[in-house]
Design a protein around this ligand. Structure first.
Ligand code: CA
Ligand code: CA
Ligand code: CA
Length: 197
């Protein structure tokens, strides 16, 4: 990382290429967003894995797709690999860090607390589960306890709502680790199907 101009930004980055009348043209320069981009919470650090997971959906119901980005290697304070997720807002001018929000297990309203090696953000998914045209945010926390969890937050005009958000954990569905597999890793897979509106 660093050094070569061709290398990805420290800690990871995402690139957006826009469709147009001719599709995604080969001469297009991508919009690059990382944790040092203006407006994006946090800072780029080695091992963040910004972009390890991502999902598109309209989290705030303005008709433009937003991007939820997993940062599972993010340290929260001194808690390495506690993990985070960042919602980047789509706008008519394209994707940028403006108005983006970060979530982790120490964020007010999110149940539980950040712990080392939770890996919150290993998987992310935006999907409108309530049919109100605002996508709910789902974030996998597969290394939480022995079973693993998925954090779920309702969509709203201002994006995912942390107040009243819930953790769905493996144990409540009878999924636990045992024997040679003490960790169940619930939340280690979320669908890769994306719907913009
Ligand atoms: Ca970081
Ligand atoms: Ca939106
Ligand atoms: Ca919804």
């Amino acid at each position: 990382m660093g050094g070569s101009p061709d290398a990805a930004h420290l800690g990871g980055e995402i690139q957006a290429l826009y469709g147009g009348p001719d599709g995604i043209t080969a001469d297009q320069r991508p919009t690059v967003i990382h944790q040092d981009s203006p407006g994006v919470p946090g800072a780029a650090e080695r091992g963040d894995l910004f972009g390890a997971s991502l999902s598109l959906g309209d989290a705030d119901g303005d008709g433009i797709a937003d991007v939820l980005v997993g940062v599972p290697g993010e340290a929260i304070g001194k808690l390495e690999w506690a993990g985070a997720a960042v919602l980047l807002r789509g706008a008519e001018g394209g994707l940028s860090g403006a108005g983006s929000v970060a979530y982790n297990r120490s964020t007010a309203g999110i149940p539980g607390a950040a712990e080392k090696d939770d890996a919150f953000g290993s998987t992310v998914h935006l999907a409108d589960l309530t049919k109100d045209a605002r996508a709910e945010a789902l974030v996998g926390v597969p290394a939480e306890n022995s079973d693993g969890c998925v954090w779920a937050a309702r969509g709203s005009a201002s994006g995912p709502v942390t107040a009243g958000s819930v953790n769905h954990c493996g144990k409540s569905f009878g999924i636990t680790g045992r024997g040679d597999h003490p960790k169940a890793h619930f939340g280690d897979a979320l669908p890769g199907v994306h719907r913009a509106v």
